[in-house]
Design a protein around this ligand. Structure first.
Ligand code: ADP
Length: 631
């Protein structure tokens, strides 16, 4: 063990983060105290948990508490906890490096816009480093619970690239942090200011936060040591209190401590379950998506407690992945205190807590969606809609509930931001319409511009416009809603359109059409499975359609992008007999020329679909030669 004083340099990312953070959080500088208190509370939670199996760790101290002191002369603030503490190696690992692999990505996301950045930085969890918003020197003195007094470690830094480490004896376990305040930060050397910050942000921290009581000289309340500590916060686990005694502000401040968010939560769900199973859940929906919502190794937002003892963060088994944005606490009376992640993975109690919690979240969302003020749900949908869609694939049991929560763009009003529910769609369906129609495309404008929509537009039939990456999987699992099947307008026959189209044709017309389709089919034999006269098009000459129940060309493209190319099924080519180009093709006899025209129509239909052409240069040659021949 090295005992001499050593100088270390911060990881490059830490330096970068510190600089950005100090700037972005300047207008919220008092949150440093919330962050340090939250760390102290975590450290005491950990100690309490570990001393369940190893009593010696408590070192004879019965009360776990945080102490806050300030010194006007020295211009310092000191925060002390008697929690788990850190070893020298842990100090190096935790304070001076950022383990989270998402850090780089996070730094790239920062825009320079202070308001936006401070939100992101908050969610990233600045934690300890926030001390440097107000301090130009920070001294941390810590000792791991159960270690020797001499194993104390002192860390010190001015936040500008380097820190020093030395071993310094510490009689009591836990961590003491002293902030040497910057010029102009005197506002924090004030009892009332500090008390106010504590009650605003940390009232419901599980442990007492104490400050020295200023004793009047003639005071009768002399204590043994001449000082008296006064508890500032309520120090009751918020979730154990009855709802009726909690205000929106109480919930919001707890949420903000838990999530590092600057916003208030979108919704709060606080429930106590009693009976064969006993647990309390306090869950929050955030307003905005965190930057790493799609990271694979993203942490989950739930903390697990057992009988008020903190067990673990990021308890991923308590929420399915598609609700990973939910934050909060679950406190169970039925799980053992020594529960591990492995046990959680296959445990009946956990399964029940999980399904109860999922139900609560989905019910809450349904309530928001029904609410008179639709902007709240819209904002939620913008932030988390894509993630919620994963639930349709993941959570079969709740598919019906989830389907009601989905929102889509539609041709009903083709503003992209517009959000149509399946219920809205079904309500608007004329009685004769049999299916809920949709199109999936690479992006919104591709969906909106698809030739497949032409006849639906003409007839005034609403079509849902899908363009999220997950939408192909979504519709694979969402086969019907309220008894109405969902149907892609690019696949198979559209029954209600076909019947109508056929009735209006004479025998001669049918014969003339089959001559044309035979001719084109022969010309494109290798490329298409069939050629038909279309009922879908009004303006475009041709479109491609895939088999009913087969793989859509869009899905085939997605699978290819993911490196899992499927054998591509040959599409059906549909021709618009009323289009001038199709009529021209009809008049051509020469089989070479027929082939050129047929290829040209087929290729432009593929392009409209967003497909890649086998040979774009051949296509261009063909177009140029057809145009020059015409000129
Ligand atoms: P976070 O709390 O989000 O992990 P921080 O930068 O605030 O990030 O802290 C980094 C780590 O340092 C913590 O995860 C914890 O392991 C350790 N740490 C911070 N403060 C304390 C403390 N008061 N006692 C013990 N460990 C602490």
């Amino acid at each position: 063990m090295s005992t001499k004083k050593e100088t270390h340099v911060f990881q490059t990312e830490v330096k970068q983060l510190l600089k950005l953070m100090i700037h972005a959080l300047y207008s919220n500088k008092e949150i440093f105290l919330r962050e340090l208190i939250s760390n102290a509370s975590d450290a005491m939670d950990k100690l309490r948990f570990e001393s369940v199996s190893n009593d010696a760790l408590s070192e004879g101290e019965s009360e776990l508490a945080i102490q806050l002191e300030f010194d006007e002369q020295a211009k310092t603030i000191t925060l002390r906890d008697n929690g788990i503490g850190m070893t020298r190696d842990e100090v190096i690992e935790n304070i001076g490096t950022i383990a989270n692999s998402g850090t780089k990505k996070f730094l790239e996301k920062l825009s320079g816009d202070q308001a936006k950045d401070s939100h992101l930085i908050g969610q990233f969890g600045v934690g300890f480093y926030s001390a440097f918003i107000v301090a130009d020197k920070v001294t941390l003195h810590t000792r791991k619970a159960g270690a020797q007094v001499e194993e104390g470690v002192q860390w010190e830094s001015n936040g500008e690239g380097e820190f020093t480490l030395e071993n310094l004896a510490k009689p009591t376990k836990g961590t003491e942090i002293t902030l040497h305040l910057k010029e102009g930060m005197d506002e924090f050397l004030n009892e009332y200011r500090l008390k106010n910050i504590i009650t605003t942000y940390s009232d419901h921290i599980n442990f007492p936060i104490k400050m020295l009581k200023l004793l009047k000289e003639d005071s009768e309340q002399e204590t043994e040591s001449g000082v008296e500590w006064e508890q500032i916060n309520k120090a009751t686990a918020i979730w154990t209190q009855p709802k009726s005694e909690l205000s929106d502000e109480d919930y919001a401040s707890f949420y903000q401590t838990l999530s590092h968010d600057f916003d208030k939560p979108l919704a709060v769900m606080h429930n106590k379950v009693e009976g064969t199973l006993e647990y309390t859940s306090l869950l929050f929906l955030p307003k905005k998506a965190p930057f790493d919502l799609y990271d694979r190794d993203r942490r989950y937002g739930l903390k697990l407690y057992v009988k008020r003892v903190f067990i673990m963060d990021d308890a991923e088994h308590l929420m399915p992945a598609y609700l990973r944005f939910v934050r909060g606490v679950i406190d169970s009376n039925d799980l053992p205190l020594n529960v591990s992640r492995e046990i959680l993975q296959s445990n009946q109690v956990v399964d029940k807590i999980r399904s109860g919690s999922v139900k609560r979240v989905l019910d809450q969302l349904a309530k928001l969606a029904k609410d008179e003020d639709p902007t709240e749900y819209s904002e939620f949908w913008d932030a988390f809609g894509q993630v919620l869609k994963e639930g349709m694939v993941e959570d079969h049991a709740n598919r019906e509930k989830l389907a009601k929560l989905l929102r889509f763009s539609s041709t009903y009003d083709s503003d992209k931001a517009q959000r149509v529910s399946l219920e809205d769609y079904v309500t608007r369906m004329p009685e004769t319409q049999e299916a809920i129609y949709y199109i999936v495309a690479d992006n919104h404008s591709a969906a909106l511009g698809s030739p497949h929509l032409e006849v639906f537009r003409k007839k005034g039939i609403e079509v849902l416009l899908l363009s999220d990456r997950i939408d192909e999987w979504l519709v694979a699992h969402l086969t019907d809603f309220n008894g109405k099947p969902l149907k892609s307008i690019t696949q198979g026959d559209i029954k209600e359109l076909v019947e109508e189209g056929e009735q209006s044709l004479s025998e001669d017309e049918i014969k003339a059409r089959s001559d044309l389709t035979d001719k084109v089919k022969k010309a494109l034999a290798e490329l298409v499975s069939d050629v038909k006269m279309t009922v879908r098009l009004t303006d475009s000459p041709a479109c491609v359609v895939s088999e009913e129940g087969g793989i859509s060309s869009h899905m085939a493209r997605l699978m290819e992008q993911m490196g899992q190319a499927l054998p591509k099924p040959k599409p059906i080519l549909e021709l618009n007999p009323n289009h001038v180009l199709v009529k021209r093709l009809e008049a051509i006899e020469d089989s070479e020329q027929v082939k050129e025209w047929a290829m040209f129509l087929f290729e432009q239909a593929q392009l409209a679909e967003g497909d890649h052409l086998a040979s774009p240069s051949e296509f261009i040659k063909r177009v140029n030669s057809l145009l020059s021949a015409g000129a």
